[in-house]
Design a protein around this ligand. Structure first.
Ligand code: ASP
Length: 294
């Protein structure tokens, strides 16, 4: 089997720094592909996503958006085609949430760890303390807080749809799906959540079946409006299209997935590799930064 890998840096309506984002996504894809030549799919997914988490232009790891209270809380999930999976939700003070998600998968009896205990788990496992906030993201948070203080009461802004209506939903989650030379598939997703995420909100990216899913039929990673992706169980749905042969290949499966997003007027995108090694991607936003190598 020829190894293949696809990586995304989030679906978005528009945005600055597209060329920087594109460069970081291409580099992460190349690094993941190099890993695939010697290692297995899950290793390549972790390595590619660690690269994406290190980019200050992408909303995951370093450069994650600050939440409403000025803190960064991140979600990540990873899954293999043997149905083993791991995830963290609302984790703080680590550089690479995807690696912690993999550690949950490989060393615990659980699938998801959340909140301060996920952070404690990471530190007790030897992941170093790391503040992922960057100066530009701190400045952005301060600007928005000033505006909010002038125009809006604190209670009013506890509604994610308000950001959607005002067109200020900024997406930028990262994800990867890979197939190695033995035909093993893995998928992963990592995010800093929404811009000005309400503390405690859980999006799709840390939820197995919503943001990430992988089975012998393929792997998928989603980006977009997390609440809607959760309701749709979108990543699992995309793989069901392949399992039940409603879709003939990964490309069709992602297109059907985006039709589901359209039915809820939800912005977003999906990447996928099916069991034959076909690559698929689709989005309904103006752009989705992505790259693949096959
Ligand atoms: N899906 C992510 C979330 O809702 C956001 C994104 O894809 O950029 O947290």
């Amino acid at each position: 089997m020829k190894p293949k890998i696809i990586v995304h840096g989030g679906a978005r309506r528009s945005g600055n720094n597209e060329s920087e984002r594109k460069t970081d996504v291409i580099n992460a894809c190349k690094t993941g592909y190099e890993a695939l030549l010697e290692k297995d799919a899950v290793e390549a997914v972790e390595i590619a996503i660690r690269n994406l988490e290190a980019s200050e232009y992408l909303n995951a790891g370093v450069g994650s958006y600050l939440q409403l209270d000025g803190r960064v809380r991140m979600d990540a999930s990873i899954m293999k085609d043997d149905l083993s999976a791991g995830a963290v939700i609302g984790i703080e003070d680590v550089e690479h949430p995807i690696s912690v998600a993999r550690r949950v998968m490989e060393t615990t009896q659980h699938v998801i760890l959340s909140g301060p205990l996920a952070t404690d788990f990471a530190h007790s496992e030897g992941f170093p303390r790391f503040d992922p906030r960057t100066k530009p993201k701190i400045n952005l948070w301060m600007e928005i807080m000033d505006e909010f203080r002038q125009k809006t009461t604190y209670e009013q802004i506890f509604h994610v749809d308000k950001y959607l209506k005002e067109g200020s939903l900024n997406l930028g989650t990262v994800g990867c799906v890979a197939m190695d030379a033995n035909g093993n598939i893995a998928a992963g997703t990592s995010t800093g959540g929404l811009k000005m995420n309400v503390p405690g909100r859980v999006g799709d990216s840390g939820i197995i079946g919503a943001g990430t899913y992988c089975s012998k039929f393929g792997g998928a990673s989603c980006t977009g409006h997390g609440e809607k992706i959760l309701i749709l169980c979108l990543a699992k749905k995309v793989l069901n299209y392949l399992k039940h042969k409603r879709a003939g290949n990964a490309m069709d499966a992602t297109k059907y997935g985006v039709e589901e997003l359209n039915s809820l007027q939800a912005p977003g995108g999906i990447i996928c590799i099916d069991q034959e090694g076909n690559i698929g991607y689709a989005h309904n936003t103006a752009m989705m930064t992505m790259h693949y190598i096959e």
